[in-house]
Design a protein around this ligand. Structure first.
Ligand code: EPZ
Length: 416
């Protein structure tokens, strides 16, 4: 079955290695198109979204080889500029190929990437900003065609911070003629990793990690080898597993420097955390009330991708609280499933109010999307009885074998 079975009520003890970052790997794999030769990307996670990105690269004529956690991408024989609709539709991150392909081939035809349950996820700002770099875009009902004889650097004053738009503009700007300024740029660690990869390949980028990026276009980039950083959202996920089930775990390679807001929040819930040179030690269960609630924000604020996970922490902590989702318009899909488990949660606009004192019991629940699915597994760890989380395929999009990793942490979970 496409599900996870969880035997709840058991505290955790053990350690697991945190996988490479999904949201750094995807734009970096797209960026390999900007070089003409063989790039080697280390520490790429073995997850469905990376599989779909590699399938798209193959459809464009790239030769792909995975040797352990190293992915070799040979872009010498780039042949196509049309991507298979089924892979584009399945994975939103296909939009990241837009900027790279325009820079490399000057032409792209692709379906509109799928939205998903967390929001409409339009690409209007992507298209608006690329048009300002000289890209001609013809929009159809289900697909669009973009052309640019030469991308022209320009000042991009954006109306709001967008991770994907920042990535696409970086990919379009590194080989453009002249200088591009992106402001406000997203500051996520995944953007910093993308800039580091491109600088290793010969790009001229200043301001990585700040809200203002200045990119001087160069003639050519060369292939390079790069190691993807550990995934801060996966580390945060297993951190919440310990906050909910209790116990003591060590998250090897957890990127603590990229998790400040998450670590501070976990400590406010009463957990004891130890930053080690090679990871994060987590001890104890969440048992304190989070005064003032929790609001998601762009980095370095609290990450929207851990909003569902901390909603579960709040529900399990037995305390009243609220969570505000300020990034996506529909990211409370987990609530009806948590209510089936006995949680008492009310949604009012962008806020979800969690009532304490309602212990969770296990039952059959259904993942609706990636992070909410992982959060349901975490909730089941703390709930009484045996639970099933269906639609495991959503979780597999971003987590390497979540049942294996949780078993390494002492959880009683199995594929179902
Ligand atoms: C990236 O999505 C991540 N995905 C998301 O992680 C993450 O939640 C999000 O950034 C915010 O941090 C990847 O990196 C592959 P945005 P992205 O553009 O780039 C609106 C996960 O679980 N918007 O920063 O799509 C948009 O609808 C995923 O790993 C427009 O309106 O996010 C959203 O409300 C989920 N028009 C807001 O901006 C546009 O043209 C921020 O989205 C583009 C975005």
């Amino acid at each position: 079955m496409d599900a996870v079975r969880i035997y709840g009520g058991k505290s955790l003890s053990g350690q697991t290695k945190i996988q490479g970052s999904k949201n750094a790997s995807l734009p970096i794999l797209a960026a390999t198109l900007l070089t003409d030769g063989i790039c080697e990307i280390e520490n790429c996670p073995d997850i469905a979204d990376v599989y779909h990105m590699l399938r798209l690269l193959r459809s464009l004529g790239c030769q792909i080889e995975r040797r352990g956690d190293v992915i070799r991408v040979d872009t010498t024989r780039l042949s196509e500029c049309d991507m298979p609709a089924d892979s584009v539709g399945v994975m939103r991150s296909s939009i990241m190929l837009l900027g790279a392909l325009l820079a490399r081939t000057g032409e792209v035809s692709m379906e509109y990437p799928g939205g998903c349950v967390i929001g409409k996820r339009p690409i209007d700002l992507h298209l608006y900003a690329l048009r300002r770099m000289g890209v001609e875009i013809e929009e159809g009902e289900t697909a669009f065609c973009a052309k640019a004889s030469r991308l022209v650097g320009t000042v991009q004053e954006l109306p709001f911070v967008s991770v994907g738009v920042t990535e696409n503009l970086i990919l379009a700007a590194v080989l453009a003629s002249g200088e591009t300024v992106i402001h406000p740029a997203a500051r996520e660690p995944e953007i910093q990793a993308l800039c580091e990869f491109l600088i290793c390949a010969g790009a001229k980028i200043a301001g990585a990690g700040t809200d203002r990026l200045v990119i001087e276009g160069v003639e050519k980039l060369h292939p390079t080898r790069f190691r993807v950083p550990a995934d801060r959202i996966v580390a945060g996920t297993y951190l919440t597993a310990c906050l909910c089930a209790g116990g003591r775990v060590f998250l090897q390679d957890a990127p603590c420097a990229h998790m400040e807001s998450v670590i501070a929040c976990a400590e406010r819930f009463g957990a004891r955390l130890g930053r080690e040179t090679d990871g994060l030690l987590v001890e104890g269960r969440a048992d304190r009330r989070l005064e003032g609630g929790l609001t998601t924000a762009v980095y370095p604020g609290f990450p929207t991708d851990l909003q569902s996970l901390f909603m579960v922490v709040m529900a399990v902590s037995g305390q009243d609280g609220f969570i505000e989702e300020d990034v996506f318009e529909n990211r409370f899909r987990i609530v009806p499933e948590l209510v089936k488990m006995g949680a008492c949660i009310q949604i009012a606009g962008t806020k979800a109010y969690i009532r304490g004192g309602h212990s969770l019991h296990n039952t059959i629940v259904e993942a609706q999307e990636l992070r909410g699915g992982a959060a349901l597994v975490v909730a089941a760890l703390a709930a009484e009885g045996t639970g099933i989380v269906k639609n495991r395929h959503f979780i597999d999009r971003g987590y390497e074998d979540i049942t294996l990793r949780l078993r390494e942490l002492g959880a009683a979970v199995e594929l179902a």
